[in-house]
Design a protein around this ligand. Structure first.
Ligand SMILES: Cc1cc2nc3c(=O)[nH]c(=O)nc-3n(C[C@H](O)[C@H](O)[C@H](O)COP(=O)(O)OP(=O)(O)OC[C@H]3O[C@@H](n4cnc5c(N)ncnc54)[C@H](O)[C@@H]3O)c2cc1C
Length: 443
């Protein structure tokens, strides 16, 4: 069993949650949820909100927040994988626009839950900045700005020129930035452990160290027991490949982060960060940074895939990729060169074959599955969990008429597959190489 402190700075910076027992024996419930990350826990939360007498069991292979939910960059962003394509498609456009507004609301809803349930996860809604540091990035980000305006979403985004950008951040070589006010920042592990404790108070039972080995309609099995339940929700995102029948549905892609020691007031002033706006630049492979509540800089980059959909649980601090990430941070803020990096870690996010996030529920088998957030899952998993709760409870809400909701066929059979290896590896590597090449060539 891993020590949570090995997993991420976020877990290392909170008091360890008490460990929960493993599932032993055969149990029954109304709903069984596989995976105790944001998706599983938000689903449990909204089910209990609407139907407090439900018996809900959550089964977690390791411990709460072991996956991406306890490791991510903490951007609580209204971006959603697949949304641009749906907006561009006349068949989906209006429902996609509605979905974008639901995503804006999900950013606020995460903050409302903090208030309502009295959970402190360092939520601050100070916006998101994507800074152009090259002419090619400026062109690309301005194109993104034009696209958003064309979709009638001009209120949600601003183009800042070089001097306006400096009011927010002092990134070396900045030529301007795309600013999205409707984005928040959070402490990932405080969020996931806070929601877990909240649902437990409402009566949900969470079992840790209970990897599910088999999922079928009405039942899931672990090595030590089983849960029979009318409804089953799979919430294992990047880890889904290990579940029977789901091996080629989502590929796990790894991203990695570093965190600095707390910065002095003088150094923080030189970054220009007056509040906790999240930031990155416009390169193809996403960079993402946040000023933490205790004045560190957490900064992430990279996308790597392990042949055969392998997942790395713990990252070696000597991995040269971390130095590459540090060098990008120094290219933004060269004056941080003597600042210590306190921790390096990484995690796996799930990418679907059609690159779109989904909330899938089959009323016949009563099986649900949500994920495929492609690195934008903090706010999206909140909306996914809320939508999944609507589907499980048979509520007809405004959330259901959106292009990411799928209700035809079982998630165990009806889903686009990734190619078998080695084609899968070649495909993922190809996309990665193209993005890096276009950064390098500046096109
Ligand atoms: C390094 C990194 C940075 C990211 N940064 C951001 C960001 O800044 N903003 C953003 O919006 N998104 C970000 N993301 C994506 C976001 O973190 C994820 O989309 C989101 O956390 C997914 O939540 P989840 O609950 O679906 O999956 P996870 O959090 O991965 O949870 C799945 C859980 O299922 C458990 N599990 C797996 N297999 C089994 C099994 N067989 N039985 C029982 N349990 C099982 C796992 O142990 C895990 O706890 C990032 C992801 C990574 C990896």
């Amino acid at each position: 069993m891993y020590d949570p402190k090995q997993i991420s700075h976020w877990h290392a910076s909170i008091d360890p949650s008490p460990r929960r027992p493993a599932l032993e024996g055969d149990m029954t419930a109304d709903v069984v949820i596989v995976g105790a990350g944001y998706t599983g826990l938000w689903t449990a939360y909204y089910l209990m909100e609407q139907s407090p007498d439900l018996k809900i069991i959550v089964l977690e292979a390791n411990f709460v927040g072991f996956g991406a939910s306890g490791r991510n960059g903490g951007w609580c962003s209204p971006a959603l994988a697949g949304l641009d394509e749906w907006l561009e498609n006349p068949t989906h456009h209006d429902r996609a626009l509605h979905l974008q507004h639901l995503m804006f609301d999900a950013v606020d809803e995460v903050g409302r839950v903090a208030q309502r349930e009295n959970i402190d996860f360092d939520y601050a809604k100070d916006g998101e900045l994507n800074v152009a540091t090259t002419a090619a990035q400026e062109k690309k980000l301005k194109k993104e700005y034009d696209f958003v305006v064309e979709q009638g979403l001009g209120d949600s985004v601003q183009w800042l020129d070089e001097s306006a950008t400096k009011e927010f951040i002092n990134i070396q070589g900045s030529r301007g930035a795309l600013y999205t006010p409707q984005c928040a920042v959070i402490h990932p592990a405080k969020l996931v452990t806070g929601v877990a404790a909240t649902v437990e108070k409402k009566g949900v039972r969470i079992y840790e160290q209970s990897p599910v080995t088999h999922v079928e309609a009405g039942r899931v099995r672990t090595g030590q027991g089983s849960v029979t339940a009318a409804q089953v929700v799979i919430a294992t995102e990047a880890y889904s490949a290990k579940i029977d029948g789901l091996s080629r549905r989502l590929v796990p892609v790894h991203s990695q982060l570093i965190v600095t020691e707390p910065l002095s007031d003088e150094l923080m002033a030189r970054t220009g960060l007056k509040n906790r706006v999240v930031f990155g630049d416009g390169r193809g492979l996403v960079t993402y940074g946040q000023r933490t509540a205790d004045n560190r800089i957490a900064f992430g980059y990279r996308a790597s895939y392990i042949f055969g959909s392998g997942i790395k649980d713990v990252f070696d601090a000597d991995d040269p990729s971390f130095d590459g990430i540090y060098q990008i941070l120094l290219s933004f803020f060269p004056f941080l060169k003597d600042v210590q990096v306190d921790q390096c870690w990484g995690g796996a996010l799930g990418v679907a074959r059609d690159m779109s996030a989904f909330v899938h529920y089959d009323a016949e088998t009563k099986l649900g599955w949500a994920g495929g957030y492609t690195g934008n899952g903090v706010a999206a998993s909140n909306l996914a969990g809320r939508t999944m709760a609507d589907l499980l409870l048979g509520q007809d809400t405004e959330r259901l008429d959106t292009p990411w909701v799928r209700t035809s066929g079982s998630p165990l059979t009806k889903f686009p597959h990734w190619e078998p290896e080695p084609l899968r590896w070649m495909g993922v590597q190809g996309v990665r190489t193209m993005l890096r090449l276009s950064d390098w060539l500046g096109v």
